[in-house]
Design a protein around this ligand. Structure first.
Ligand code: NAP
Length: 481
């Protein structure tokens, strides 16, 4: 791999400030063409235990630093990431597949959490509470929860780590991270830069490992761990929540979604189509907030489908490092086959392919950006998270009915509303049972706002002041007469 800074290509686990080998290795391959990129030390549950021990040992000294001291180190980390953004983006595209421009966007987005929380930790104010007894004084102080463990997915291999590690470290916690096995290179490069920034040994630790259940047990059950935070599928999240329950660990869960995208008859259709393509096709549809069910008012349905078809047809599929490419491969062949099966099931049940619906000769992990119409709520495609470049369109006639249909899912992560009518927009935004609702845009995630879901899409928030609160314990201090 050609990098301006070759030291960013790390292949060992990072525990207690040391790069450590393992008895076996995990292969990391380019999903676009299968090229072997690296072989990574395959960490074990024992390594995870060593990482937790290191984080526990490093905790008192890191917690005792002033907020300004922690902020200075985090700002250096942020700067080093931005200085090396081109290399980090290249590593990300090669192991994950997204186009280079998107990868660069993720590096800047991921780094922005480090900068923002470096600033925010200086404002961890407590309160003096008006007392119930003149002889007593009541206060709250905010203290770091302690050792934080994290498990992250492959679809945002950089930002899903910084969204957790930055507020945790800023608050004075120490962290242990298990990144996804498909994308450990972006994660380990972050550790290299953290080390260069001066994060003390043991404050940040990383264990890559193919035995995720065994490592996960340590990260959720070790008694030295105070808080566990996970981003990934709802199915795995439920297992990990049960494990956290044994030790009553604090936990945050960023899980799957089934986002509705509602286009009213008073929407600006060009805005709606652009927003739809942005949320649906970014990262080849492999994001937790990807539009999953597109509901279009019957009076504008045909025009919307035609505009959507034309816009999706403009997308350029190919290797993420090639100039002009806007959609890369899916993460692996299983994902492609699953998308193809969802298309087939829908067509068998009466849906129509408007565009795409094919495997592509470019490689076995490619699937054509696809638009299908005639979808109904009882189809599998409307009930499961698609995680691919597949836009399924349904019709609706009535506002109350479409709200009921949009809410009729166990998920509650993101939803989208397209309407130029401000009263309707307010009404519908408030009626949707989702953690995040975007109106007349398809891109809404930012460092400064809380990201997270309701229902089976998660617990807790990342980003904004809410994301910082997840890593503090609020202690009530009562001073007697
Ligand atoms: P996943 O299969 O749940 O895996 C996520 C992470 O969990 C990986 O590091 C994986 O390790 C690990 N893991 C798997 N099984 C485990 C177990 N039994 N115990 C402990 N760890 C385990 O999810 P994914 O396919 O990587 O990611 C896609 C999912 O993430 C989608 O559902 C998406 O919606 C969700 N997501 C949510 C958000 C959000 O903010 N709400 C953001 C991004 C993605 P290995 O890689 O080693 O198997």
């Amino acid at each position: 791999m050609q990098l301006a800074k070759p030291e960013l290509l790390k292949t060992q686990n990072y525990i207690n400030g040391q790069w450590r080998d393992a008895a076996s290795s995990i292969e990391v391959r380019d999903p676009a063409n299968g090229t072997l990129l690296a072989e990574i030390a395959d960490g074990s549950a024992t390594d995870a235990g060593a990482a937790v021990a290191a984080a526990h040992t490093a905790l008192p000294a890191w917690r005792e630093k002033t907020a300004a001291e922690r902020a200075a180190v985090l700002k250096r980390w942020h700067q080093l990431i931005m200085d090396n953004a081109d290399d980090l983006a290249r590593i990300l595209t090669l192991e994950q597949g997204k186009p280079l421009a998107e990868a660069k966007g993720e590096i800047a987005y991921g780094a922005s959490y480090i900068e923002w929380y470096a600033e925010e930790c200086r404002r961890a104010y407590g309160q003096t509470i008006p007392t119930h007894n003149p002889a007593m004084r009541l206060q709250t102080i905010r203290q770091p929860v302690g050792v934080v463990t994290c498990i992250t997915p492959w679809n945002f291999p950089n930002a899903m780590i910084t969204r957790k590690a930055a507020p945790a470290l800023a608050a004075g916690c120490t962290v242990v991270i298990k990144p996804a096995s498909e994308t450990p290179l972006s994660a380990l490069a972050l550790c290299q830069l953290a080390e260069e920034a001066g994060l003390p040994a043991g404050t940040i630790n990383m264990v890559v490992g193919s035995d995720a259940p065994a490592i996960g047990r340590v990260l959720t059950e070790d008694e030295r761990v105070a808080k566990f935070t996970f981003t990934g599928s709802t199915a795995v999240g439920k297992i990990l929540m049960a494990q956290c329950a044994t030790g009553v660990k604090k936990m945050s869960m960023e899980l799957g979604g089934n986002a509705p995208f509602i286009v009213f008859d008073d929407a600006d259709l060009d805005t709606a189509v652009s927003a739809c393509v942005a949320t649906k096709m970014r990262n080849a549809g492999q994001t937790c907030v990807s539009t999953n069910r597109i509901y279009v008012h019957e009076s504008v349905h045909d025009e919307f489908v035609e505009k959507l078809r034309a816009k999706v047809a403009e997308l350029q599929v190919g290797h993420g490092t090639d100039e002009g490419v806007t959609v890369g491969p899916l993460i692996h062949r299983r994902a492609v086959e699953r998308v193809a099966q969802l298309v087939q099931d829908s067509v068998d049940a009466g849906a129509t392919i408007e565009l795409g619906g094919d495997f592509l000769p470019a490689g076995e992990n490619y699937y054509a950006p696809t638009v299908i119409s005639g979808v109904t709520d009882d189809m599998r495609i409307a009930q499961e998270e698609i995680f691919g470049p597949l836009a399924p369109v349904q019709k609706f006639t009535d506002e109350d009915d479409v709200i009921r249909r949009a809410n009729n899912t166990p998920y509650g992560l993101a939803a989208y509303v397209m309407s130029e009518n401000i009263r309707r927009a307010n009404r519908v935004v408030e009626a949707l049972e989702y953690g995040m609702v975007a109106c007349n845009t398809g891109v809404f995630s930012t460092t400064v706002a809380p990201f997270g879901g309701s229902k089976e899409s998660g617990i807790g928030r990342e980003g904004g002041v809410e994301g910082m609160a997840e890593f503090y314990e609020t202690k009530y201090c009562c001073f007697g007469a």
